[in-house]
Design a protein around this ligand. Sequence first.
Ligand code: SAH
Length: 283
Amino acid sequence: MNDSMPLPDSQWPVLEPGWVWLCGAGPGDPGLLTLHALNALRQADVVIYDALVQEAILDWAPQAEHIYAGKRGGKPSAKQRDISLRLVELAKEGKRVLRLKGGDPFVFGRGGEEGQTLVQHGIPIRIIPGISAGIGGLAYAGIPVTHRDVNQSVTFVTGHDQSGAATGSLDWASIAKGSQVLVIYMGMKHIAHITAQLIEAGRPTSEPVAIVTSATTPNQQVLETTLGTCVADAQAANMQPPAIICVGHAVSMRQVLDWQSQIGGTQPRNLDPLGRGRPAESA
Ligand code: SAH
């Protein structure tokens, strides 16, 4: 493919005409693309990309036509069915099609639905996973989604369903009881409803919460708050989507692991935020 790739050409998959590759672009920072994504960008005839894909990433595909299929930013929105059928059409025209989606294509990204439509129409596909915002975005905020002292499970949950309504079908009480750390995608619109349900189900109002907006981009903002105060705090800080909301004591680890502030010279405030007497790796 290219001398600058770390494997010989013959070992990189070839994007053949008539194929569609469904590919994750990661949460924002172009450095979080995979090498498979880069390999795809360099071969595509057409790249159909979502709103959350940073436009700088498209610079890796100067030879390709770039088609915006997002649903944000004041641009006209494309319907999911139309996007899927457009992919089918382009593939049938014999194009090498790269469908580039924010984060990971199979995490709240409708990649599964697009893949289904393509397969139903006999279009061959390849899936290229990406770093999901709920993992990589939180890592950029210094929040580990699992930590031995905090949680043995983590729940990824969406804040609204297909209709845009609060996820009525979700059993928030079970989620509240079942998982020490919750990572909520698309949660800003219904944050008041969600936090109220969690508190009603017994999560303490003092529980740490972080809201990370535009994670991994130059506009990243992190708000540390609590379950009881996050609605008011988010409003006061004017936190705007896209946002990941993390609920749980994993958020406290930011006091040690907020590596971006450390780059700026801030010293860690507390090396043992969980009070476990284990500031560093031991036994
Ligand atoms: N497939 C994507 C998620 C798409 S759903 C992934 O794996 O990350 C869109 C939601 O993802 C947004 O509403 C927001 O909750 C989250 N998201 C995506 N990119 C984000 C970013 N850079 N910062 C914060 N949240 C992000």
